[in-house]
Design a binder for this molecule. Structure first.
Ligand code: COA
Length: 261
């Protein structure tokens, strides 16, 4: 019997839109949903025609209202570790995805849904978005990277307060905290995400990819190693046709036509 599908992938030219589609449960993440998100990104990674991805939730009420509490309630210490590892692996692959990923957040982005958004490269929200890590109210902690990633965006003090209180906050507060970079009308959310993504994908794809690589790998090493890595990547770019094209186009006062090599 084939598994029920909870993740949709639509194409709009060189942009892919990945939609978590389990609307009757506020797009909550059960194990199948998490695996299907992973599979969607795996196939998009290998697709040379895709230059960027928008990740969003079906309907207007929720981006993703968290991990599936019915499923979590059955956890044992052993399956708990496995559950956390699965989410960490799939979300980690989004963070290290070689093409830009924009989260378009409308409605609730709670718990695992908030953590999913945190794994994306850029987040934009509609005015009705609500964020929070309510895990402590359920007697658990964020287990899909949230205790690590939130502090990187907001600083430690704010992340600790948000994690320990479990309180919900609105899109404006998320903007002030640096969690999202734009707040727009719900009706404009997807179009705004496309516009933002196109302002990235019009640039050299290898440059975009290596900028992400440099930024994220710097989080795992010391400053000296990060600088060495940046210099090496800078050197790699000097070997690409896209670098020649980008600079020649500037000097010839025309628009660059990048080809991805
Ligand atoms: N896991 C499983 N089911 C969930 C869910 C979750 N995280 N979030 C919502 N749902 C389900 C509800 O159980 C309900 O299902 P039902 O119709 O079969 O009863 C359905 O989605 C609609 O949710 P409902 O609670 O009726 O909507 P609401 O508008 O009153 O409230 C929320 C919306 C998001 C505030 C509320 O659903 C909620 O608090 N969800 C849990 C959030 C959470 O703690 N997430 C972190 C988990 S670690």
């Amino acid at each position: 019997m084939s598994e029920e599908q909870f993740v949709r992938v639509d194409r709009d030219g060189d942009i892919a839109v990945v939609t978590v589609d389990r609307e009757e449960k506020m797009n909550a993440l059960n194990e199948a949903v998490i695996r299907q998100i992973g599979a969607a990104f795996d196939s998009l990674r290998a697709d040379d025609d895709v230059l960027g991805v928008i990740l969003t939730g079906a309907g207007e009420k929720a981006f993703v209202a968290g991990a599936d509490i019915g499923e979590l309630a059955q956890m044992t210490p052993t399956t708990g570790v496995a559950t956390s590892r699965l989410g960490q692996r799939v979300f980690g692959a989004i963070e290290r995805f070689p093409k830009p990923v924009v989260a378009a957040i409308g409605g609730y982005a709670l718990g695992g849904g908030f953590e999913l958004a945190l794994a994306c490269h850029v987040r934009i929200a509609s005015g009705n978005a609500r964020f929070g890590l309510p895990e402590v109210t359920l007697g658990i902690i964020p287990g899909y990277g949230g205790t690590v990633r939130l502090a990187r965006l907001t600083g430690l003090g704010r992340a600790i307060e948000l994690t320990l209180t479990g309180e919900m906050f609105d899109a404006q507060r998320a903007l002030e905290l640096g969690i999202v970079t734009r707040v727009v009308e719900q009706s404009d959310l997807t179009e705004e995400a496309r516009t933002l993504l196109r302002s990235i994908t019009k640039n050299g794809p290898i440059a975009v990819r290596l900028a992400l690589e440099s930024i994220y790998s710097a989080l795992d090493v010391n400053t000296r190693q990060a600088m060495d890595h940046e210099a090496a990547l800078f050197g790699v770019l000097a070997s690409t046709d896209d670098m020649k094209e980008g600079m020649t186009a500037f000097l010839e006062k025309r628009k660059a036509e990048f080809r991805g090599w």
